[in-house]
Design a protein around this ligand. Structure first.
Ligand SMILES: Nc1nc2c(ncn2[C@@H]2O[C@H](COP(=O)(O)OP(=O)(O)OP(=O)(O)O)[C@@H](O)[C@H]2O)c(=O)[nH]1
Ligand SMILES: [Mg+2]
Length: 203
């Protein structure tokens, strides 16, 4: 699969702001600062399609991106686990993310992003269990792969698998936006998820 075109379709907080359901959607979830928006920019080859920041909590809305003239969509979600927001605000974000993930018929699967350097956090584990419960567990992207040596990539990926309790056949793709690596494999795995979804008659 190649991404030749990408457009910001809609920014939403409430459900009535979502774009009408259309082509299959794949969402990017993960803790704040893990690299969701950066990965979207890398995949689309657009430096500033999504806003990226060294400060966690950059993305605060559900952002729908239309890929290849709406062949499919990537949905960039706000990160969780951002310490500097109030409890009520973080609960509001949680509810916003949950509403999208549970209520969207055209959502195929979720790519869960985990920082390759760290064991998954309690919230990552909770998120993965939750996704599995809803049948939304798709792929795991191990981000910031440039931060570990080549020889440690496999080991780090397996530590993430173990920490999340993911099955042996769960695909984990190391990615680096700095080195621009992992995109081809990630895109081909995303294409598989979209094809499976289409074959199951969901769209
Ligand atoms: N070294 C390295 N840094 C990265 C990589 N990907 C992202 N970053 C950095 O990580 C920080 C956070 O990136 P974002 O893409 O904004 O993270 P996010 O997951 O969208 O964060 P929220 O919007 O807060 O949920 C930025 O400073 C990025 O430059 C990577 O592959 N390697
Ligand atoms: Mg973001």
């Amino acid at each position: 699969m190649r991404i030749v075109r990408s457009d910001l379709l809609q920014i939403a907080v409430r459900e009535d702001q979502y774009p009408p359901e259309g082509p299959p959607e794949i969402a990017f979830a993960g803790r704040s600062n893990v690299g969701k928006s950066s990965l979207l920019n890398l995949l689309t080859g657009r430096k500033a399609l999504a806003r990226v920041s060294g400060n966690p909590g950059k993305t605060r809305t559900i952002n729908f991106y239309s890929i290849n003239g709406d062949e499919f969509r990537i949905v960039d979600l706000p990160g969780y686990g951002y310490a500097r927001v109030s409890r009520s605000e973080s609960e509001k974000w949680g509810a916003m993310i949950e509403r999208y993930l549970t209520g969207r018929q055209t959502l195929t699967k979720v790519v869960l992003l985990c920082d390759i350097r760290h064991a998954p956090s309690a919230q990552d584990v909770q998120m993965y269990e939750w996704l599995t419960h809803y049948g939304l567990e798709g792929l795991i992207a191990a981000t910031k792969a440039d931060k570990v040596g080549r020889s440690a990539l496999g080991r780090s990926a397996e530590a993430i698998r173990k920490g999340l309790g993911a099955s042996m056949d769960t695909v984990i793709v190391p990615v680096s936006t700095l080195k621009k690596t992992g995109t081809e494999r990630l895109l081909s795995e995303m294409a598989k998820l979209i094809d499976e979804f289409a074959e199951s008659g969901n769209v």
